[in-house]
Design a binder for this molecule. Structure first.
Ligand code: DAH
Length: 353
């Protein structure tokens, strides 16, 4: 029969064996030798059967103590192995916080979008409303209402993309060739909104710009099938060509941040203005100095166009202009090929971010 000393030897041996186990699986194997079905403790318990009642009590209690000691040693070793494993994982996944970070490239606005925002900002400061309208436009707004009836030769100057669709009045749709249809849309809505004031004989002023995308069948260094324009319209009781000159000069000086910039008006023709002009600008200094640069069409709104807006040309007079927004952006940022704006080359675009 084993003695109490034997039991403490056994506990020591078990503890030593557990300490040698380097993995949880090895530890569970070592455990089986003591606490398993055929383990030492189990065998010792079976041995109790041969003892008398008193011996059973003392011996049983001693075996139980040894068993608990082995279980504690097992638990301690289990925890130690788990801690070691956790430590190993933490080491393996450790972050080197001294490594330089990988930055996300910061985005930036497209140069045309920047010019667009700037145009809005400057005109807003001069009391202009900003309007937006459809890019798929019908014939009436894009051409006919603007004094450009079907079969008029001026239409061919603005060849565009047609959409296989008609409105209730039978007007075909196309991608708008300019932002000028917004003159009609905005003024018509304005006339409806102010119907009561108009009936009282008042002359509620219209002062609006409409920037946006426009389309034509054109593609070279200075023309793109999709491009941007900004339309302007100022109508009231007494809005003159002098107001057009002052407004446009103020706009250009603010937009280009150049108080010395000057304008030139050249006679021109548009079916929706009379008289009509092209507006050129000139910088007195800088890389573009000394050249006249065309930036806009403009003119006094034709009486028939005012009528097409649902307004009385005897009471409403004023001007309109339509400027190439990509052109404004090219001049402001010194870009010589329009296509660069639309190629999506990040090396080009990055320079404006
Ligand atoms: N819509 C014309 C074009 O795209 C530009 C233009 C000229 C607009 C004269 C106007 C204007 O409002 O008055 O060629």
């Amino acid at each position: 029969m084993t003695t109490t000393n034997d039991l403490s030897d056994m506990v020591r041996a078990a503890t030593a064996l557990f300490a040698q186990a380097e993995t949880p699986a090895a530890l569970e194997n070592a455990k089986a030798g003591y606490l398993g079905k055929t383990g030492r403790i189990t065998e010792l318990m079976k041995g109790l059967r041969a003892l008398d009642i008193e011996q059973k009590k003392t011996r049983g209690a001693a075996i139980n103590q040894a068993k608990q000691a082995i279980e504690r040693a097992l638990d301690a070793r289990r925890r130690a192995l788990a801690d070691a494993e956790l430590e190993r994982q933490l080491q393996a996944e450790a972050l080197d916080v001294t490594l330089p970070g990988r930055r996300r490239g910061s985005g930036g606005l497209h140069p045309v979008a920047r010019a667009w925002e700037r145009v809005e900002q400057v005109f807003r400061s001069m009391g202009f409303d900003v309007a937006d309208g459809p890019e798929v436009e019908n014939d009436w707004f894009n051409f006919t209402a603007l004094g450009n009836p079907p079969d008029h030769p001026a239409r061919s100057m603005q060849d565009t993309f047609y959409v296989d669709m008609q409105d209730e009045a039978g007007h075909p749709y196309c991608l708008r060739t300019h932002t000028s249809p917004m003159q009609i849309r905005y003024a018509t809505a304005h006339a409806k909104r102010h119907a009561a004031a108009l009936a009282r004989g008042e002359i509620p002023e219209i002062r609006v710009i409409a920037p946006g995308r426009t389309y034509r069948v054109d593609n070279d260094a200075t023309h793109s099938p999709m491009f941007h324009q900004v339309e302007g319209l100022w109508l009231g009781a007494d809005v003159s060509f002098a107001d057009l000159k002052a407004t446009y000069l103020n706009f250009c000086r603010a937009f280009f941040e150049n108080e010395e910039l000057i304008l030139r008006f050249r006679p021109s023709y548009f079916p929706f203005t009379e008289p009509s002009a092209e507006i050129d600008i000139r910088f007195p200094s800088g890389p573009l100095a000394g050249r006249w640069l065309e930036v806009s069409g403009a003119g006094q709104v034709h009486p028939q166009v005012v009528r097409n807006m649902g307004l009385d040309p005897e009471r409403f007079i004023g001007f309109a202009f339509g400027s190439g927004m990509d052109r404004l952006a090219m001049l402001r940022y010194g870009v010589s090929d329009l296509r660069l704006f639309f190629d999506g080359d990040i090396r080009f675009l990055k320079q404006f971010a």
